[in-house]
Design a protein around this ligand. Structure first.
Ligand code: 5GP
Length: 189
């Protein structure tokens, strides 16, 4: 029996461990693929264009908005990020389940346009733990860190609007829970 490929949306505050958890999920469920987003943020050391993001100028990103190329886009921590329709279409048409790792605004837009998408919220064990992780990551300036923490508190209020909430208290345990969610959803149709 052929099953329709599924869209999974993973959201949560910056520093909750979405990236690490998603990487672990993809390792454990190799048939999943991660959607590569477009952004106007400058690449961090080691990030590769087309793999981590499609890095774009403001002008280029604006052109895509004008052309209605985005499934969703949002301003996150002062930069623009978006999911290109073409990226999702390509994966789905090739029969692959696709994972979007996007912010809460983007997740809301996807819910409106694709109500069948499964939305998963990754929550840090506490705001204190989140602050600690963000500091350890050491990729942001002090001001940027403060901004991300302030956003995190607002984002956490939205957890209850998601289909699933996974608390990232331990990467291994949380990854197993995430795998279970994906498998359960896959076996639904
Ligand atoms: P970072 O700058 O740390 O890579 O990502 C910052 C935030 O942007 C994260 O919360 C991430 O989930 C979000 N983000 C990444 N790609 C997209 C996207 O395509 N759309 C939206 N709405 N948010 C995104």
């Amino acid at each position: 029996m052929d099953m329709d490929p599924k869209v999974f949306v993973i959201s949560g505050p910056s520093g909750a461990g979405k990236g690490t958890l998603t990487a672990e999920l993809l390792k454990r469920v190799p048939s999943l693929t991660r959607s590569v987003s477009a952004t106007t943020r400058k690449p961090r050391t080691g990030e590769v264009d087309g793999t981590d993001y499609f890095f774009m100028s403001e002008a280029e990103f604006g052109k895509h908005i004008e052309n209605d190329d985005f499934l969703e886009w949002a301003v996150v921590h002062g930069n623009r990020y978006g999911t290109l329709k073409s990226t999702i279409k390509k994966e789905l048409s090739e029969g692959r389940d696709v994972v979007l790792v996007i912010d809460v605004q983007g997740a809301t837009s996807v819910k409106e346009k694709m109500p069948e998408a499964v939305r998963i919220f990754i929550e840090p064990p506490s705001v204190e733990e989140l602050a600690k992780r963000l500091k350890l990551r050491d990729t942001e300036t002090e001001a940027e860190l403060a901004r991300r923490l302030k956003n995190a508190e607002m984002e956490m209020l939205l957890a209850k609007t998601y289909d699933y909430v996974v608390i990232n208290d331990d990467i291994n345990r949380a990854a197993s829970e995430l795998v279970e969610v994906v498998q359960a959803e896959r076996s639904k149709n």
